[in-house]
Design a protein around this ligand. Structure first.
Ligand code: MRU
Length: 351
């Protein structure tokens, strides 16, 4: 499959607007929403129309490009003010996935590089860069997929948590990209998808992606994985990540840590599909990564249905930290980092 013929186009440029699949309503409805400036895009990220670390990065890049296009006929001073504000608004949309900040930095680099040019040319350069961020993400996912597929034996039953699929990226996916690549290589792979409370990325999104592609998938609630592992029904775990610290600690969707601990207990390999853009060398260890706390309403119910007792206190951390010692390997576009640690991660960036 070529890079522009992905089955699921999570984000697509259409007629001067960025269209994104509305992931809040999947799988009941499959529809695109259109975005025309940075403020709208920031709201799309915050409200999780688009989610998943790499997809958030691509969306942020387009947010900057859209804002640049919107102000392409203005003075250079006004253009700079609008773009600076746009970057601030986008940066405030969600705190944990580092790809958001990585993409903004990359777009700011292009802006600086073209700073002496007419505003209209800066806007063109920013749009071209956003297109490149999207295309590059798919290329990277395919490279990670090839490295990771080799780890899965024919017939493997692979558990995954949250959605690290095409919907969480520009296409192919990170963790689900590994599974897709293994299937493309002719292996029989079946997927066990954790439901992933409270936003149900597993039940709604991973299950949908796998059903679309006829990759066998079984849905379980988050409290069932330990039992399945104890019964010998899980051969490997592959998850994605929102940010990896310099020492290899992995931040991913809430519940990932439990799965990693259980994997260790049962001797099951725990793999993390991780593009280099998700590694944050400025953060020494996982405990320093900001963890988003989301609205209580996500825990007390779902959509219009509220089931929790009125007045109960709620916690809703959206991510947790899996210590590096529980990670069998990071799967990156440059290859595997087995039993990641600070030295191996530093070496990855120097190779
Ligand atoms: O809150 P979300 O849905 O944005 O969280 C997504 C995850 O935790 C994914 O596992 C992670 O971003 C990796 S996506 C390739």
């Amino acid at each position: 499959m070529g890079e522009h013929s992905e089955a699921v186009e999570t984000l697509r440029w259409n007629n001067g607007r960025l269209e994104m699949i509305d992931q809040r309503v999947l799988p009941a409805r499959f529809e695109y929403l259109a975005y025309t400036d940075a403020a709208e895009m920031a709201e799309g990220i915050r409200s999780m129309v688009v989610r998943g670390a790499p997809a958030i990065g691509v969306a942020a890049a387009y947010g900057v490009a859209l804002e640049a296009i919107k102000w392409r006929s203005t003075s250079s001073g006004e253009f700079s003010r609008k773009l600076t504000l746009a970057c601030e608004v986008l940066a405030a949309s969600r705190p944990t996935a580092v790809n958001l900040f990585w993409a903004l930095k990359r777009m700011q680099g292009v802006w600086e590089q073209h700073a002496s040019r007419p505003v209209v040319e800066i806007a063109d350069a920013l749009l071209a860069e956003a297109h490149e961020v999207l295309a590059e993400d798919i290329r990277i996912n395919r490279r990670m997929g090839a490295h990771g597929a080799a780890l899965l034996k024919d017939g493997a039953r692979v558990l995954t948590h949250c959605n690290a699929g095409a919907l969480a990226t520009a296409g192919h996916g990170t963790a689900l990209g590994v599974i897709r690549s293994a299937v493309e290589a002719g292996k029989k792979i079946s997927v066990i998808a954790d439901e992933t409370r409270p936003f149900l990325q597993g039940a709604r999104l991973t299950a949908w992606e796998m059903v679309q592609e006829k990759i066998p998938v079984t849905l379980i609630t988050d409290n069932m994985s330990g039992y399945l592992m104890s019964q010998g029904e899980v051969d490997a775990v592959v998850v994605g990540t929102d940010r990896v610290a310099a020492n290899g600690d992995v931040v991913n969707k809430i519940g990932t840590y439990m799965v990693a601990v259980l994997s260790k207990r049962h001797g099951i390999p725990f793999y993390v599909a991780c593009p280099l853009s998700t590694i944050d060398l400025s953060i020494p260890e996982g405990a320093a990564i900001p963890i988003e706390e989301r609205p209580a309403s996500e825990v007390t119910g779902f959509r219009d249905c509220q089931w929790a007792a009125q007045g109960v206190a709620i916690r809703n951390p959206a991510f947790d930290v899996t210590p590096a010692e529980l990670v069998t390997a990071l799967i990156t576009e440059k290859g595997l980092v087995n039993q990641p640690n600070r030295q191996k991660i530093a070496a990855l960036f120097n190779s």
